[in-house]
Design a protein around this ligand. Sequence first.
Ligand SMILES: NC(=O)c1ccc[n+]([C@@H]2O[C@H](COP(=O)([O-])OP(=O)(O)OC[C@H]3O[C@@H](n4cnc5c(N)ncnc54)[C@H](O)[C@@H]3O)[C@@H](O)[C@H]2O)c1
Length: 339
Amino acid sequence: MSVKIGQIGLGAWGRNLLRTFYNLPEARPVLGCDVDTAQLSRISGAFPGVNWTRDYSELISDPGLDAVVIATPPADHFQLASRAIEAGKDVFVEKPLALNLDDGRKLVELARKNERILMVGHIMEYHPASLKLKEYISSGKLGRVYYLYSSRVNLGKVRDIENSLWSFAPHDISMIMFLLDKIPVSVTSTGASYLQKNIEDVTFLTLHFDDKTMAHIHVSWLDPHKERKLTVVGSKMMAVFDDTESTEKIRLYDKGVDTKLDYSTYGEYLSLRAGDILIPRINSTEPLMAECAHFIECVKSRKQSISDGRDGLRVLTVLTAAQKSMERGGAPVEIKFDL
Ligand SMILES: NC(=O)c1ccc[n+]([C@@H]2O[C@H](COP(=O)([O-])OP(=O)(O)OC[C@H]3O[C@@H](n4cnc5c(N)ncnc54)[C@H](O)[C@@H]3O)[C@@H](O)[C@H]2O)c1
């Protein structure tokens, strides 16, 4: 039987979510909600069979719905998600889970207590290229991961509540923790506001892991380039994931520096290695489709999602520490994850 869905928030990203759920055979969006009539009239003709409302309370209390999808700006995530869980619905909430740790913890606890599925839209954990990279890292193909760096920049939608850190970096933070399968121990972060007071348009943050692995993230909506790129430097190989490429998203470089023994002096020397470049074939599944299908599968099987509430909380913990570091002029802030 298909999962009956109600969705709150039908803006730029919400429309993509609705279209994707609408096209999944196991899901059936039956009610869409947006406070803005213009958003409703813009899409209402495109989804036959879906009813529309401007009142989210009507949607949340609808006994015919199994699950609620939340794609409003993050300031509303906590209130809407907690009300939906309390009404007995499974919840998919867009990233970030909430705008502070207390709210995030309450949501995770509420979902646990009510035995509801709580999934956060960390889409990069469902991207076929991330899955391929994770396979390379966990199989040891890249060797020891020394460091990573990513950029998610463009000249794009300027937010007026959350800054570039909270708006964009959840993607990179969730992807990096997913790839390495660990949580950073500290973070340093700097950012600057140019367009609006106290809303940083650009953020540079560095995550430090206990084994000296380092991950640098650059996010901005005020940049001449559109870049979605992650570079992973390992002891054996290096990889670049470029999400703006249509098909050749990953390049694997057989490049590195080896330590060799010099038999004439019995000393060691460093030798550069620049071998082949491999472009692996990546499964062409649309990441959003994979993410939405995973939510439906979790609702049906009652299994925890890969990006469940705890995963949302891990990202929230890093964001909170990064924000604190930014407010302290880039001083390192320790990360402690407790639930
Ligand atoms: N996964 C991704 O790649 C991705 C990309 C963009 C945005 N997002 C996330 O999606 C969410 C929405 O972003 P967006 O760009 O679509 O924003 P948006 O501002 O374009 O749309 C938000 C919509 O929510 C509606 N809304 C706000 N409060 C409401 C309420 N209480 N009840 C009903 N409707 C309400 C607004 O009227 C608006 O139409 C954010 O959490 C954002 O971080 C994710």
